[in-house]
Structures are given as C-alpha cells and as structure tokens.
Design a protein around this ligand. Structure first.
Ligand SMILES: [Zn+2]
Length: 237
C-alpha cells in the first residue's frame, strides 16, 4: 500500500521526466516538464497548475512574468503575505528584501498593511498578492502602500475579481455567510472591476494586466492563466 505522500512524490517525479516532453516551463525556478502538478480546489482547481519544483501556482507565475523586467536592477522589495515560490528568488537577487505578514512566523516581520511601519518612499517595489480582500480598511492599506513606495516605483496588486462592482458589507461576520457571499470565510469583500477607482483615489496610476495580454505561447508554456479572474493591477507612483 503506497501512502499519499509517496504517491505524490512519484507523480511529481514522473511529471519532471523530460522524456515525455518539456512543453511547460516554470519561469521562476526554470523547471521544465510535460505537465504541472494538479491543484485540487472546488473553485479554481486545475489539472496543470503547480510547479513540481518550487510549488508556484498560476497566479504566482503570472505575477512573476509581469514583474520580471521591473525587477532588473531593483534594490528594495516589500513583499506582503509572501509566496514561498517567489521568496527565494527575490531574496537572492534583491539587496533590501523584506517579507511581511499579519501572522507571526511566516515572514521576516509582522506587519499590519493598514499601518506599515516604514518611512515614506522606502521601497522600489511592493508585492501584494491576494491580501486586500482580507483587509477591513483596504483604502487605508492602499494609501499606506502608496506612502512607502518610492516615486516611480511599482506596486503589484493582485486580487480575485469576480464581478463588475465590488460587493462588501462589514456587518457580515458569519463564516458561512461570508463563504456564500465572498467565497471564503476570511474574505471581507468580493472585488469588482471598479477596484481601480480605489487604487487611483490612493494616488496611483493604474494599469490592468491580464494573462491574455501575453503571447499565447507564454500563457501555455508557463501556465499563467488560472480559472476565475485574477487580474494584476500595476500601480505606479
Ligand atoms: Zn517552479
């Protein structure tokens, strides 16, 4: 009887054997193989999703290819809710790299994004993926991100966008009701396309990037398109 851990390792090894082809490549760790590892998720599950080597998912690879050119020569990055697949890459290449999270033990520093403990204009790049939908006062968080970003710097804001108009109601604290309305018990809202208005109000110039803005070969090879809507809002100051 093979336990699930061994089974998973066998599958990952098979996926990595290039004899079956190397149609896919992880842009972060440069793994190549014929298929990524499947992600089992009721809403965004996908059979060709997770890098067997660095465990990046589609949205991390999408963020990486979007930011790749901007990262060249960057001296300082502040990374909220750091994805493990990206942390190693950023830490080894960026002189001043700081990861932070609201929860202790998962990043360099414990930081509330609504009250960032760094001086104005401290960072070239701020990386904030799938954070703001959990934050009670997201407008304050956006203003804080703008404050600590250097002039000319870029904030990568990645959030799930499902509708045209943002749906939020702070009075909803019941977990089941949040799951029903916002798709997750720890989500406080479901963003719509109108989120760029909030980002502009915080002072940013905003450009929306979607996977289909890249060449189809890159979308396929790097597998950067995830089921659901996962726009990147590139916010410059
Ligand atoms: Zn990888």
């Amino acid at each position: 009887m093979i336990n699930s851990r061994v089974k998973s390792r066998i599958i990952k090894t098979i996926l990595s054997i290039n004899i079956f082809g190397s149609d896919h490549e992880c842009p972060i760790c440069k793994w190549t193989g014929f298929q990524f590892y499947p992600l089992r998720h009721p809403r965004v599950g996908h059979y060709n999703a997770i890098c067997p080597r660095c465990h990046s998912n589609e949205r991390a690879r999408f963020a990486f290819v979007t930011m790749q050119n901007r990262l060249k020569g960057t001296e300082s990055v502040l990374h909220f809710a750091p994805e493990k697949s990206l942390t190693g890459w950023l830490r080894s290449r960026v002189a001043n790299y700081i990861s932070c999270d609201l929860n202790p033990g998962v990043a360099d520093q414990v930081v509330d994004i609504q009250d960032i403990p760094f001086p104005d204009k401290s960072f070239d790049i701020i990386w904030c993926s799938h954070v703001l939908e959990h934050v009670p006062d997201d407008r304050k968080a956006m203003r804080e991100i703008h404050r600590v970003l250097r002039d000319g710097g870029t904030a990568l804001i990645q959030i799930p966008v499902w509708h045209e108009v943002t749906d939020e109601d702070p009075s909803i604290i019941d977990k089941q009701e949040r799951i029903r309305r916002f798709y997750q018990a720890d989500h406080v809202r479901l963003y719509g396309d109108d989120v760029d208005i909030r980002l502009k109000e915080a002072g940013f110039s905003v450009r929306t990037v979607r996977p289909h803005h890249f060449e189809p070969e890159i979308v396929f090879r790097n597998q950067i398109a995830q089921p659901g809507n996962y726009e990147i809002f590139l916010c410059t100051k």
